[in-house]
Design a protein around this ligand. Structure first.
Ligand SMILES: Cc1cc2nc3c(=O)[nH]c(=O)nc-3n(C[C@H](O)[C@H](O)[C@H](O)COP(=O)(O)OP(=O)(O)OC[C@H]3O[C@@H](n4cnc5c(N)ncnc54)[C@H](O)[C@@H]3O)c2cc1C
Length: 283
């Protein structure tokens, strides 16, 4: 996506939709070039340009590469966020962003975003949408995947069958979801913020893992969507789905970490690269 043009948007407003989640509404002169995707996991890359950077002086058309003329410390941070809603009539998009304290870029920005504030974005990208040919759907994730799970539940046909497992801090963190009658939505409580709970409630011990691995398996072909904290997803949920349950890659292609405890998005990218190399070496 780095070579794709950056689109200029403006914050319209924010809404606190759960204690740790803020919906940010964006609109912009570049809405016309934003081509919404049909993927329910459609995402954008938010590009956080520091106020001190003179964007007009950078090479145009503006892409992420335009910033390579700047010293590394002045280049923007980039964060990946699901497109929760697109309102073509209002020319707005909504992003639901986890606020996990004051550290980080995206969460802290969402917590303090003000109408009129500028933001650049790239995208959308995406790869998954629930396959109507599946016998049933299995969706699981933490708060970071909740927007994508909410999109998928809304896109399922009314007669769809399935189970969704969503891990949040506690009952007060649940949000209203629209799902077909025969899709069971299970909220799993870890007892605190994902980055702050003790190690026995996160990573290999995330309560989401037990909920998914002990659930009654339904008959018919399953289509899987699982994302969230990388240790829980890549080292626990993925092996369960692919090896223990033997789900073919075609039906389980959308399983990955969306973030990693103790790592920023930049250092998490490095972790993903190392994991991919280790897996390639093991083949
Ligand atoms: C395809 C895709 C779609 C995504 N969609 C969404 C979305 O719709 N909404 C959303 O909020 N996130 C989403 N994420 C996850 C998001 O990109 C990461 O959580 C990202 O690290 C957040 O950036 P940050 O600047 O807030 O924190 P960073 O600067 O990246 O990290 C700072 C610290 O915060 C911790 N941290 C990061 N994320 C979380 C979290 N969710 N909970 C607790 N601690 C955290 C890190 O471990 C690190 O210690 C998505 C990721 C992908 C790959």
């Amino acid at each position: 996506m780095a070579g794709r043009p950056l689109q200029h948007f403006t914050v319209v407003g924010t809404e606190q939709i759960a204690p740790h989640m803020v919906r940010v509404l964006l609109e912009g002169s570049d809405f016309g070039t934003f081509v919404p995707s049909n993927f329910t996991d459609s995402y954008v890359k938010l590009v956080f340009v520091a106020d001190a950077v003179d964007v007009a002086a950078l090479p145009h058309p503006l892409t992420q590469d335009s910033f390579s003329v700047l010293p590394p410390e002045k280049r923007p941070s980039v964060r990946t966020i699901t497109v929760r809603k697109v309102d073509a009539a209002a020319r707005q998009i909504a992003l639901d962003i986890v606020v996990h304290g004051e550290h980080g870029v995206a969460g802290a920005w969402a917590a303090s975003a003000q109408p009129g504030q500028a933001i650049y974005l790239m995208g959308p990208g995406g790869a998954y949408t629930p396959d109507p040919a599946a016998g049933w759907h299995l969706l699981a994730g933490d708060e970071s995947a909740l927007p994508a799970i909410a999109n998928a539940l809304e896109a399922l046909p009314p007669n769809a069958i399935g189970k969704a497992f969503i891990e949040v801090a506690g009952p007060e963190h649940q949000i209203e979801l629209t799902a077909p009658e025969e899709v069971q939505v299970n909220w799993i409580y870890r007892g605190g913020r994902a980055d702050l709970v003790a190690d026995d409630r996160a990573g290999d011990f995330a309560p989401l893992i037990e909920a998914v691995t002990t659930t009654l398996w339904l008959p018919g072909q399953v289509h899987v969507f699982m994302h969230g904290e990388a240790q829980a997803v890549m080292h626990n949920l993925r092996p369960f789905i692919r090896k223990d349950r033997g789900v073919d890659a075609k039906w389980a292609s959308s399983i990955s970490g969306y973030w990693r405890r103790g790592r920023t998005e930049e250092t998490f990218r490095q972790w993903k690269k190392e994991l991919a190399e280790a897996e390639a070496g093991a083949r």
